[in-house]
Design a protein around this ligand. Structure first.
Ligand code: NAP
Length: 533
């Protein structure tokens, strides 16, 4: 087993400058871990970002192939951590070895997928409009545009994905792929897991001959580390996954800087599912089973957890609700990640119950015992109450869902029109309900980043076409995604070159297309060389 030091890692070097420490806690037993982790000091934060800025002076010139080699090496080093990584993360999160094994594959897979994206090359979005010297009344200059790396990026690990949205998760992978050094604020829920990742990434950084400031890891179990980090003048962008409160606070801090920077925060989402009467009538059992599986997956601690079910009050509705309630009550609740999540869930469910319009069908309480645990919970309210009270859209981060029963199609449409932004929106319907579904999807499209037909939102594929984002409060940047290959765009900045000498152009924009990438030349997608209009 690796002897963990509890250190921060600043540009490859272990660092313990502060005196304040914390330990991990096993969510199954509440036992404290044996390693003390050092909260990063203001000086360590400054060192990390300063080294990242120095590294960027070098890595901003790296070829796509060189960056791809690092990503492949990082994936190999993570796999090289072996079972120790899985066992450490299981001890710190209670997520279980099978789930963590899958998440490790997803994490290394996304690093490798970004490497393939870089080698294919068109992610730089090269666009060339050649000059029109004879245009009247004035000639048009030659304009060539491409995406270039933005600079040092701060990444905030999420608690609920200790691999895939953490030290070397999607935010870091996409920033590195863009050519940007990364300073990670580790999540205090899994610091030992974070240190193992840091050791692997340090080996990859050194092995590929990258400057040491390419990666740093900072620990912190309070808001100070993150707040100080985001204010650092040499930082250029932030990637965050977590609570609405945390994401919004960091977004506001970044906006108050003398030189504001973008914060790509993925935050609260309740992922509405509309179930039309035909689907509830004809597939009641299977639909209830699928829904309960999705709500309780990972103890409900997914950003895509279906926390809101919208239905019409028809003959099939009550039996379906009874089926959902029975299955939720009959299933043993899982372990929650940490005490803060148990506390937060208790408070948010109590807040919803306290609004006076909500009935608790099952659950609604903490499950007493050694582990952090909350009962599988089904809440119900009316369409009218939901429309009148935006507070009923609060995220309950855990195995909880709120059923909203509407009295008419008009009421259902009004409920959808009043929805806040979400990551996903789903409709379950039968083929003879397609006209209604089409009209409702048209409304839902304004509310979510991913629309799902007869499926469930949990389970987010890492593919080119994935969109994992949505209007506020799902994210602070609805034009972007934090999963899938286009996540790289968050850490790239467009630059146009006007009438530039061929010798001064980047390879991606040169006449002969030496990289052999797809480009849009005078409005046509081509891999060919530039010919004038
Ligand atoms: P969190 O509380 O938002 O924390 C995420 C990270 O941000 C941590 O490193 C945290 O640092 C930092 N942070 C939080 N507030 C901050 C602030 N005001 N200023 C600077 N840094 C700040 O999220 P979490 O611990 O992962 O989970 C807590 C809640 O977040 C859950 O109960 C759930 O509601 C929500 N959540 C949502 C998603 C999603 O994808 N929608 C995912 C995970 C969690 P410290 O912990 O050191 O303070």
């Amino acid at each position: 087993m690796t002897n963990l030091s509890g250190s921060n890692f600043i540009a490859g070097k272990a660092s313990q400058q502060g005196s304040s420490t914390f330990t991990s806690v096993n969510p199954r037993t509440r036992a404290a871990g044996s390693v003390r982790f050092f909260n990063a000091t203001a000086h360590e934060i400054d060192e990390a970002v300063t080294h990242a800025a120095a590294a960027f002076e070098i890595t901003r010139h790296y070829s796509a192939e060189r960056l791809a080699a690092f990503l492949d090496r990082a994936a190999a080093e993570i796999n090289g951590l072996g079972d120790e990584l899985l066992e450490t993360a299981d001890w710190e999160t209670g997520l279980g070895i099978p789930r963590l094994t899958g998440e490790r594959g997803r994490t290394t897979g996304q690093l490798q997928a970004f490497a393939r994206l870089l080698r294919e090359g068109s992610y730089v979005e090269a666009i060339i409009d050649t000059a029109l010297p004879d245009r009247q009344p004035a000639p048009r200059p030659d304009i060539r545009r491409m995406l270039l790396p933005i600079g040092p990026v701060a990444v905030f690990s999420a608690s609920n994905f200790p691999f895939a949205f953490a030290v070397a998760g999607g935010d870091s992978a996409s920033a590195w792929a863009a050519g940007c050094p990364v300073v990670v604020k580790a999540h205090p829920g899994h610091p030992a897991t974070s240190e193992l990742f840091a050791l692997a990434i340090n080996r990859a950084t050194e092995g590929e001959g990258f400057p040491r400031g390419w990666f740093s890891l900072l620990h912190g179990n309070g808001v100070e580390v993150g707040q100080t980090l985001v204010q650092h003048p040499l930082l250029e962008a932030v990637g965050f996954t977590g609570s609405l409160r945390g994401g919004r606070a960091l977004y506001d801090t970044a906006a108050r800087r003398e030189r504001p920077i973008p914060v790509y925060a993925e935050m609260g989402s309740i992922n509405p599912i509309v179930i039309l009467p035909g689907a509830a009538a004809r597939r009641s059992e299977g639909l209830a089973e699928g829904l309960v599986n999705s709500v309780t997956l990972g103890s409900g601690q997914f950003c895509t957890n279906p926390g809101l079910i919208l239905m019409l009050n028809e003959a099939s509705t009550r039996p379906f609700i009874e089926a959902v309630k029975g299955k939720m009550a009959g299933r043993a609740p899982g372990v929650l990640l940490n005490e803060a999540i148990e506390r937060g869930l208790t408070a948010t469910v109590a807040g919803t119950q306290g609004r006076g319009t909500v009935e608790t069908l099952t659950g609604g309480t903490v499950v007493e015992g050694d582990s952090f645990c909350y009962a599988n919970t089904v809440l119900e309210t009316t369409g009218a109450a939901f429309i009148a009270d935006g507070g009923l859209q609060a995220e309950h981060f855990g195995p909880v869902t709120l059923l909203v029963v509407c009295e008419s199609r008009e009421e259902l449409e009004a409920a959808i029109r009043g929805l806040h932004g979400n990551l996903t929106a789903t409709i379950h319907a039968e083929v003879d309900e397609i006209d209604v579904a089409e009209a409702l999807f048209s409304l839902l499209r304004e509310k979510a980043g991913r629309l799902i037909w007869n499926g469930f939102p949990t389970g987010v594929e890492v593919v080119q076409a994935m969109q994992h984002g949505g209007p506020y409060p799902a994210t602070t940047a609805p034009g972007t995604t934090s999963v899938g290959m286009t996540a790289i765009r968050r850490f790239l900045r467009p630059v146009a070159y006007q009438n530039m000498l061929e010798a001064l152009l980047p390879d991606a924009l040169k006449k002969a297309n030496p990289l052999g990438i797809w480009r849009i030349v005078n409005g046509e997608m081509t891999k060919g060389e530039v010919t004038s209009l």
